[in-house]
Ligand binder design. Structure first.
Ligand code: SAH
Length: 228
């Protein structure tokens, strides 16, 4: 990768790390253009361009850039899509989706995270993300159908199939699937595609996400560790 005669930035370094696994130039350009430091707590900014997940408060994390880039690659966005993002967290994944699609609706059940994400998105100059506070485990039927759905928390197949019902024809859903209820940490990225005769599912590599907490149907969120 050539950086011309300008200085090599932290963003370039992250992109060159990701490019070993992710060949999709649009995804790499999105990663380069979204300032990840705007989405992490101030005390962790020095690590913001590293390829690592970081805590964002409330026991939640901003996902590892490589995993986010892989999920974006699997969604194969072209630029004209309406995307539903479930689990806003820091808002970073939503920001990248917003660079690759027309409009993103991102839903988060923790109001304090959604409020911080709003500030981060504004600081990053991203104005095509709409934030919704609520339980996204059932999708957002009143705004469906979606051309793409990104799920940033681990779900079972039944939940993903229900969400897949909110896809437009030909649409794709990418999510971490936890298939064995007794081992919720054993997860795989999956792609669901909406075909005229139903959903197809494609299983990809193992990943590790926090669970999608359903206020309506479980699983229950583990208790938070006491803070010092
Ligand atoms: N996409 C985020 C990381 C997601 S972490 C980022 O880029 O930073 C998973 C997020 O999903 C957490 O913020 C958690 O609060 C949220 N979440 C879990 N269950 C949810 C639900 N049912 N509806 C909406 N958000 C949920």
């Amino acid at each position: 990768m050539s950086s011309g005669d300008r200085a090599i930035t932290d963003a370039d370094t992250l992109v060159s790390v990701l490019s070993g696994t992710i060949p999709d130039e649009r995804v790499l350009e999105a990663v380069r253009s979204v300032p990840r430091p705007a989405f992490v707590p101030p005390e962790l900014r020095a690590e913001a361009w590293h390829n690592v997940a970081l805590p964002i408060g409330g026991g939640q994390t901003i996902s590892q850039p490589l995993v986010v880039a892989r999920m974006l690659e699997l969604l194969r966005l072209r630029g004209d899509e309406l995307v539903l993002d479930i689990g806003t967290g820091s808002g970073y994944h939503a920001a990248l989706l917003a660079r690759l699609a027309r409009r993103v609706i991102s839903i988060e059940r923790r109001p304090e995270l959604s409020r911080k994400a709003a500030a981060s998105l504004a600081a990053a100059g991203i104005d095509n993300v709409e934030l919704v506070i609520g339980d996204g485990s059932l999708g957002l039927a009143k705004r469906a159908p979606f051309d793409a759905i990104n799920v940033a928390a681990a779900s079972d197949l039944e939940a993903l199939r229900a969400l897949g019902g909110q896809l437009a024809a030909g649409g794709r859903l990418v999510a971490p699937l936890a298939e064995d209820a007794s081992h919720p940490d054993l997860q795989r990225l999956v792609v669901l595609r909406a075909h005229p005769r139903g959903l197809t599912i494609w299983r990809c590599e193992p990943v590790r996400f926090v669970p999608l907490v359903s206020d309506a149907r479980g699983p229950r969120e583990p208790p938070e560790p006491p803070t010092a």
